[in-house]
Write a protein that binds this ligand. Structure first.
Ligand code: SDX
Length: 390
């Protein structure tokens, strides 16, 4: 501590802003979007209805929702130059890198409507992001597969259009799978916002410089990519696969985590805020068995995950550190059962989180109290010294 400056590594005890969007009680495991409990929302709403709620603060009327969905449908096509953008990337490109690059590039097509102080331009940018991010995500997936890109099908719902873009192909008609649609819609809703997590804080910090919303969201995608944040859902599946391939017992793996061998962690466990349970993890775990059964998929990685959870939750090392499954622990097994490759898991998180990023960017942008983010530091480097004679 020097003067008024207190070091708070990782902002554990620092509120960077005020927000009315999401409320989390980490001890009680409560998560509410604009006052509504996540359990009620997940059981009754849709991705776009929740997006409207997060952005506007109230649930939309039926007319508002219809118009919102219809307007988004009319903006799903990408400019053909942006489709060609993908040709410049290698097939091996990680879809999260493709996503952040393409979203940053997306803004360049709308140079005439990026004024952050013009409500109409902010509104059309909101529509363009919600409409086009799923298409960009599906193109990143098709690029990795070496398959032809499909065009959006506006006769389908938001989620079914996204699923068709990923799993449809040019040779045969796409058949909607209601089990898949319902499961994905619910998972997207569970990811839509989470107050000041690292990627949302990134979106707000970049936006505080009056950077346009596309650049701010692109920065948020990059922050989400990290394995300690959204990248954890991909890392969990890698971890479960390694345990299975090694043939070692779950107990043995947990011992290695406790010994911090090569810095390994129990991915999908722990949370800065939740210290008893992550309500989203509970909801995902509840649906995992149901979704895999409905999809006719049996995956022993789910059994390994459940065993890992049981062993860890009975172990003092995890109990003392209040480490419980977070939202990323079970989602990967479901995404895999849906047919997504592990490198698409964090992309699905990004699509889920987009409405929250937009809502926070707009709240920050509209708040007269917003100032450019510029944290202080405690200097610990050398005191002044003379330039050496040479
Ligand atoms: C998300 O912020 C959000 O809301 C994020 C998110 C959202 O919706 O936006 O909820 C999404 O990012 C969920 C988290 C996904 N990440 C992971 O699952 C990666 C594994 N988890 C950790 O790396 C960690 O728990 C974090 C990053 C989630 C939280 O980090 P903190 O709060 O800085 O905790 P820490 O690293 O200081 O750990 C405290 C102690 C340490 O022990 P000691 O060194 O003091 O002995 O707990 C240990 C850590 O070693 N620890 C773990 C662990 N997580 C923390 N030990 C083993 N396995 C783990 N997963």
């Amino acid at each position: 501590q020097t003067g008024l400056t207190t070091l708070d590594q990782g902002f554990v005890n620092t509120a960077a802003t005020q927000s009315a969007i999401t409320y989390i009680d980490g001890d009680a495991g409560i998560l509410r979007y604009r006052g509504y409990a996540i359990e009620d929302i997940a059981a009754n709403s849709t991705y776009l209805e929740v997006a409207w709620l997060l952005i506007h603060g109230e649930l939309p009327t039926a007319v508002e929702l219809d118009r919102f969905e219809e307007t988004i449908r009319r903006h799903t096509l990408l400019h053909e130059d942006l489709r060609r953008f993908f040709d410049a990337l290698p097939h091996s490109a990680h879809p999260m890198s493709v996503l952040s690059s393409a979203v940053g590039a997306l803004g360049t097509f709308y140079e005439d409507s990026l004024d952050v102080h013009d409500p109409e331009q902010v509104e059309i940018s909101t529509i363009r992001l919600l409409a086009k991010l799923p298409v960009i995500a599906a193109y990143a997936h098709k690029k990795a597969l070496g398959q032809a890109f499909l065009y959006p099908d506006n006769s389908l719902s938001f989620v079914d259009n996204f699923l068709k873009l990923n799993f449809g192909n040019m040779a045969e008609p796409y058949v909607v799978n209601p089990v898949l649609s319902k499961a994905l819609e619910r998972l997207l809703i569970l990811h839509e916002d989470h107050e000041q997590n690292a990627s949302t804080s990134t979106v707000r910090l970049v936006g505080s410089t009056e950077a346009n919303i596309f650049s701010s969201i692109s920065a948020g995608i990059n922050a989400l990519y990290g394995p300690l944040h959204g990248g954890a859902n991909e890392a969990v599946l890698k971890m479960l696969g390694e345990i299975k391939a090694s043939g070692e017992s779950v107990e043995k793996f947990v011992e290695r985590v406790k010994n911090k061998e090569e810095g390994i962690r129990l991915m999908g466990f722990g949370h800065r805020v939740y210290k008893n349970f992550d309500p989203r993890a509970k909801l995902v775990k509840e649906s995992a068995d149901e979704v895999l059964d409905a999809l006719g998929v049996q995956d022993d990685l789910l059994d390994i995950a459940k065993e890992l959870e049981a062993v860890a939750l009975a172990d003092d090392y995890f109990i003392e550190r209040k480490l419980y499954p977070n939202v990323d622990f079970y989602t990967g097994v479901i995404y895999k059962a849906m047919g997504f490759p592990p490198r698409m898991f964090t992309v699905l998180f990004a699509i889920g989180r987009l409405p929250g990023w937009i809502a926070h960017w707009r709240e920050m942008n509209a708040d007269p109290a917003t100032r450019i983010g510029r944290p202080q530091q405690l200097y610990v480097g050398p005191t002044e010294r003379a330039w050496p004679r040479r």
